[in-house]
Design a protein around this ligand. Structure first.
Ligand SMILES: [Cu+2]
Length: 510
């Protein structure tokens, strides 16, 4: 692997910021600190012995992304050195909407060569950043965004960040074109159509241009695909659809098991593993092997610990897992693609341990599900109160034609849901399709309050999996961040073909 930025410096084994002094400066004292620079740039990454031109988001110190000290503001200058337009979203953070990095008409993508400043109070935990312009996320424009808090630093644990991504040598335009059954140029226009948010005509339920009328995707087999109506009855022969796209590789901190990152750990070491599913359309089982971990945070928000060795992680979600090593040795941390034998990961190794070769294929992994979600409980749940606004959002779509919708509408021709500041909002997400959808709301942390009609006091998070075939998840949040906010599927190809809508506050102009 030869990168323009050295591999070792790019995401390193343990972020140096994990060793920040516990007596970090209070917020006020840091207000005048110089902004941190993030360079959005291109780089060459070697995957399976073959070079690929990809993007990167390179922070101070040449590492991917950034990490902030307790109390430090998110004071960042994003320098666009890509040679193209871009816009970066701070996933899961709660900035004012104009700093969220979504391409609204008021906040368009930034031109190449431009430096864009950001300054807001971040929330602590494991977050990430990724391009929200066109299909750049699939070309690896994604990176960790870690915000430390004082209590974590006092834990005295080695911090290890593991970001998993899916990789293809095809361009994202070619991938989308293959799914939709159109040309790469038409697919590119379709992806950029995401930014035509001011052109919507509410109530127009025709599929987006490019998807409409396409019924033939040569060479694809689609087991058990059905219409939303068919899926209601869930006949036994039907199967959910798992992966739209065959990927050439799965990356863990930019590397594969052919040449994995080896994280040096102490014998009986104590580790906080921050896992980020930064894939564009893939979901994984995190497999700790013989280790037992404790999930202590989901999407950056603390939960009561849940012990285990295998945990599902939907696209765009994060898991903080505490691991105490039982002895010296070698401990692979695997991310296994659902419905596949493909896997990637990193390796914990104590000094002097021999690193065995780890295959990039293993036994078939089952579909990810909400088995973990159902066991999670936030340590700081929303205060109990009745909802002021309750809405159902129906998720639908299929492989043929390849188009995905919310409430029967296709972005950007969708009807906004208008929120009033101060409202408690509950959204029932109902999946009429044969594929699971990781649904992400910008600008708010929501609590999972029911799964398939069963009430829980679940996790607080920003992305939740809605399982296929009439899977239902109810989320609740307080409308406390006025602006324009997208709710969308975090499968990049589902979003690009329509699965997105807007939550807009009263008094905010379109
Ligand atoms: Cu989806």
């Amino acid at each position: 692997m030869s990168t323009t930025v050295s591999r070792r410096s790019f995401l390193g084994a343990a972020l140096a910021a994990g060793a920040l002094p516990a007596g970090a400066l209070p917020a006020g004292a840091r207000a005048s600190a110089a902004p941190k620079r993030i360079n959005a740039a291109t780089r060459v990454l070697e995957v399976n012995g073959r070079p690929a031109r990809v993007f990167g988001l390179i922070g101070p110190d040449g590492r991917s992304g950034i990490s902030l000290a307790p109390g430090e503001r998110f004071r960042v200058e994003l320098a666009n050195e890509t040679g193209a337009r871009t816009l970066v979203h701070w996933h899961g953070q709660l900035p004012p909407w104009m700093q969220d990095g979504f391409p609204w008409p008021q906040t368009p993508p930034i031109a190449s060569g431009v430096v864009q400043p950001y300054d807001y109070a971040p929330i602590t935990g494991t977050y990430w950043m990724h391009s929200h312009h066109a299909m750049q996320e699939q070309s690896l424009m994604a990176a960790p965004l870690i915000v430390h808090d004082v209590a974590e630093l006092r834990e005295d644990r080695q911090e290890v960040v593991l970001m998993v991504e899916d990789f293809t040598f095809r361009t994202p335009d070619e991938v989308l074109a293959g799914l939709v059954g159109t040309t790469a140029a038409a697919a590119r226009a379709m992806a950029e159509n995401v930014e035509a948010a001011d052109e919507r005509k509410a109530g127009d339920t025709s599929p987006p241009p490019g998807a409409g009328g396409m019924v033939n995707i040569a060479g694809r087999t689609m087991p058990g695909m059905a219409t939303a109506t068919d899926s209601m009855s869930k006949p036994a022969h039907m199967q959910m659809d798992l992966n739209d796209i065959h990927y050439d590789a799965l990356l863990a901190n930019d590397r594969t098991f052919a040449d994995p990152e080896i994280v040096r750990v102490e014998r009986s070491g104590r580790i906080r593993l921050r896992i980020i599913n930064g894939a564009s359309s893939s979901q994984f089982w995190i497999d700790l092997g013989e280790l037992v971990g404790q999930v202590v945070a989901t999407d950056g928000h603390a939960v009561h610990p849940v012990a285990g060795s295998r945990f599902p992680i939907a696209t765009a979600q994060r898991l903080d897992i505490l691991v105490d090593l039982p002895r010296a040795g070698v401990f692979p941390i695997r991310a296994r693609l659902e419905g596949s034998r493909q896997q990637t990961g990193i390796v914990f190794a104590t000094a002097g341990a021999q690193i065995p070769r780890i295959a990039d294929h293993a036994q078939l992994a089952p579909p990810v599900d909400n088995s973990l979600e159902a066991r999670l409980a936030a340590t700081a749940p929303l205060p109990l109160r009745p909802a002021d606004l309750v809405r159902t959002v129906a998720l639908a779509g299929a492989m043929k034609p390849y188009a995905w919708s919310m409430n029967g509408e296709y972005w950007p021709r969708t009807t906004p849901l208008i929120l009033g500041k101060g409202q408690r909002v509950e959204i029932e997400l109902v999946n009429h399709s044969m594929m699971a959808h990781p649904i992400h709301l910008h600008g708010h942390a929501f609590q999972v309050v029911a799964i398939d009609g069963r009430t829980i006091q679940g996790a607080v998070r920003d992305t939740v999996l809605v399982p296929p075939m009439m899977g239902r998840v109810r989320i609740a949040f307080d409308a406390d961040n006025p602006g324009r906010w997208p709710l969308h599927c975090h499968n990049l190809y589902h979003m690009a073909t329509g699965m997105m809508m807007e939550f807009r506050y009263q008094g905010i102009a379109a």
